[in-house]
Design a protein around this ligand. Sequence first.
Ligand code: NDP
Ligand code: 2IT
Length: 452
Amino acid sequence: MHHPHPLPDAVAPIFEEVIRRNPGESEFHQAVREVLESLGPVVAKHPEYADSAIIRRLCEPERQIIFRVPWTDDSGRVQLNRGFRVEFNSALGPFKGGLRFHPSVYLGIVKFLGFEQIFKNSLTGLPIGGGKGGSDFDPKGRSNGEVMRFTQSFMTELYRHIGEYTDVPAGDIGVGSREIGYMFGQYKRITNRYESGVLTGKGLTWGGSQVRTEATGYGTVFFVQEMLAATGGSFAGRRVVVSGSGNVARYAIEKVHELGGTVVACSDSGGYVWDEAGIDLPLLAQIKSGPGGRVADYAAAKGGAVRHISDGSIWDVTCDVALPCATQNELDAEGAAALIRGGCTIVAEGANMPTTPGAIRALREAGVRFAPGKAVNAGGVATSALEMQQNASRDSWSFEHTEERLQEIMRQIHDRCLETADEYGAPGDYVAGANIAGFTRVADAMLALGLV
Ligand code: NDP
Ligand code: 2IT
């Protein structure tokens, strides 16, 4: 990857060490670099961080677990996958972060996600450390029984590493409430404990929280609502493009529509649909909840007026606000150029690291306001922390109360980003604000805890 901007001198050797110690993990290198680029002014102001090697320690996970996951498919054949849990940092609370089931998962993906999670969780202001896990298991085309057997086998190893005071997984790509249910069932069976706080994203009848399902998408839109309000604007009348059509994308679309905007396109790995009338969410939800549901089926169901484009880029669709909500590096420099040509003024990351470094640079140079995932999509994990709170007090809150808490948390994260950016001489820079505010809270906790 080509990086025209050199890293600040104080952190360049740390980055070189990360590359040397973690060969071939390009997504992890990318995530570390994006944070280190912001930390020059912080180390200049706080020599105590350098003296105690806080940044070097932050880049090294506390613990990394890799395990075999054997299971049998419906024809009785033995299948084999690899499971991961990277417990990155527990200075602020138990390790916390999702599990991803996708064939692209390997250690470099889990580490990038776990690293991001440290700063994201810190930004929420809640007592949660950072971690991530998952497997290269591909759920596509698998029966319910296969998903259950795989997931039970995965938990049969994972259970010994997690716990409500130790490490609290949740969902991510390919892991929703069905998978969380099978994992919770297996954990409960093995440990003989109804330990609700060991996993989040649970169903409402067995310890889950209202709004957790909607939280990442809603939170993303609440964050952008604050960005718009900061310059006197709102969603009313805005054209919005949301990539993806999974958990995050769908609830982002729902909230944009509630606030008066129109989402004109969404996508999956097979292409995008373009619907000028605004994405019909009930239809999309119905299609996606069926087995193997694709956005192509949405276009087919709508007939002539809606196009499905399988060989183009969703960023070619003209919009005011773009919300990448699918996966890492889905918005590249070419996509950014198309957004700029179309007059887009805000890009906010609902997914984790969906924008390439080249695209971020192009957007910023063109004056597009850009907000990073570790701030924008923090509503999911924040609501997970609210679920843990409810579990710890054996309570459950109403939808309205929980949504208000979420909106207040997103407002605080937004304001903290801007205040921190101001404080460190980068007014309006959400990237610097998020990285620095996230970093300092963890760094101060690590300093207080001694050499950990
Ligand atoms: P889902 O599995 O519900 O949906 C994922 C969506 O992204 C699907 O539309 C999928 O399309 C698409 N997608 C996934 N991988 C690829 C790929 N390699 N290429 C193209 N499209 C792809 O996941 P979520 O909605 O939960 O997650 C989306 C993003 O949001 C991820 O980056 C995740 O880390 C992040 N996130 C999720 C949170 C949560 O609470 N769930 C919280 C914070 C961030 P297809 O079906 O064709 O694969
Ligand atoms: O990336 C993320 O923040 C998540 N997938 C949610 C993590 C969580 O623990 O709720």
